[in-house]
Design a protein around this ligand. Structure first.
Ligand code: CA
Ligand code: CA
Ligand code: CA
Ligand code: CA
Length: 338
């Protein structure tokens, strides 16, 4: 019953948020475009971009501009290798793609790996510490000639942004887990040097971004290009309970990345999977994946109770590492530090 309430509240909150935005009034009047039709346009634009632009990457270990990437159009007769020329390359940079099944289509989500990183990979619901630049892609046809262009809408260049991937667009959730974090060293002047972090670029069709809604500075139906650096991350533990109609964090002591039963690096909700798909990360098959389910096996005893040592009262993780509770977060080390 609590699970139902949680989704109901989420649903109501979503409706309220969307009905408060003036921009969405226009979106309601114009019928939303067909996903498959829009995707075909987006894919063509993205592949045209990949085939007609080249990259320049700064190699400057330990400095803020390390792995900065700029994109330049190849002029007629230009000999620079296009981004597309790195497709499935055995050396870096590598242009790779992921197939994402959503909206009854299979999206091809391209991403460029400049460097993989040396640390651990976040799951799709962990918090990433990242600097990034976002551009939207536009194709304007004038006198029958199509012209691709990009417009920067956001940039975090210096202080890394802490982004809980749960609240971010699908493209981010798909691509960040393909990268690893780096080494972060505090300097005597209070600054932090980052080395050997993962760095890349993702080319996201609008259906895996903001689609018809757009965002403040992003037009509706925009494909997005994000260049990013993954410096660090924080593991999270996501379960909720509902108290007096309000969702309250109720972590079970098993970090969400440990609730990835099939080990593919991702935990998805029912809504994020194709209709009718079996969720590999939902033990009791009740429609709530383990990372949001306070009773994974559905036996009526909470997972948290099941993994608490009855003699010491300590919670043990899958790996028998003592955990500690600080505020609403459970941390993996006994010093209660994130
Ligand atoms: Ca958990
Ligand atoms: Ca999984
Ligand atoms: Ca479940
Ligand atoms: Ca149980």
């Amino acid at each position: 019953m609590n699970k139902f309430k949680y989704y109901f509240i989420l649903f109501i909150t979503t409706i309220t948020l969307f009905s408060c935005s003036k921009d969405d009034v226009a979106a309601e009047i114009t019928p939303t475009r067909d996903y498959a039709v829009q995707y075909a346009t987006d894919l063509k634009d993205i592949e045209d971009y990949l085939k007609n632009y080249y990259i320049t990457v700064v190699d400057h270990a330990g400095f803020q501009d390390d792995q900065d990437v700029t994109f330049t159009k190849i002029v007629a007769g230009g000999t620079q290798p296009s981004i597309y020329s790195y497709l499935n390359s055995v050396t870096f940079p590598k242009l790779l793609s992921r197939n994402v099944k959503l909206h009854d289509i299979t999206y091809k989500l391209y991403y460029l790996v400049l460097r993989e990183g040396i640390g651990a990979s976040p799951s799709n619901v962990d918090e990433v510490h990242t600097t990034y630049r976002g551009d939207y892609l536009e194709n304007k046809t004038v006198d029958g000639i199509s012209n691709l262009s990009t417009t920067k809408f956001e940039e975090w260049k210096f202080e890394p942004q802490r982004a809980n991937l749960s609240g971010y667009i699908r493209g981010w959730k798909e691509i960040f887990p393909q990268f690893k974090t780096g080494n972060n060293n505090s300097n005597s002047d209070g600054t932090v040097s980052h080395k050997d972090f993962g760095a890349g670029v993702m080319f996201i069709p609008s259906g895996l971004a903001y689609y018809s809604a757009g965002k403040a500075s992003i037009p509706a139906y925009s494909s997005l290009i994000f260049s990013f650096k993954l410096y660090a991350m924080r593991r999270l533990d996501h379960e909720f309970k509902v108290v007096n109609g309000v969702p309250v964090s109720d972590p079970d002591g098993v970090m969400s990345f440990q609730e990835d039963l099939d080990g593919d690096g991702y935990v998805w909700t029912k809504e994020e999977l194709p209709a009718g798909a079996i969720n590999p990360d939902d033990s009791d098959g009740d429609g709530i994946p383990n990372y949001l389910d306070t009773d994974d096996d559905g036996d009526g005893v909470s997972t948290r109770t099941e993994i608490t040592n009855p003699f010491t009262g300590l919670i043990y993780s899958f790996y028998e590492i003592p955990l500690c509770l600080s505020g609403n977060q459970i941390y993996l080390d006994s010093a209660c530090k994130p």
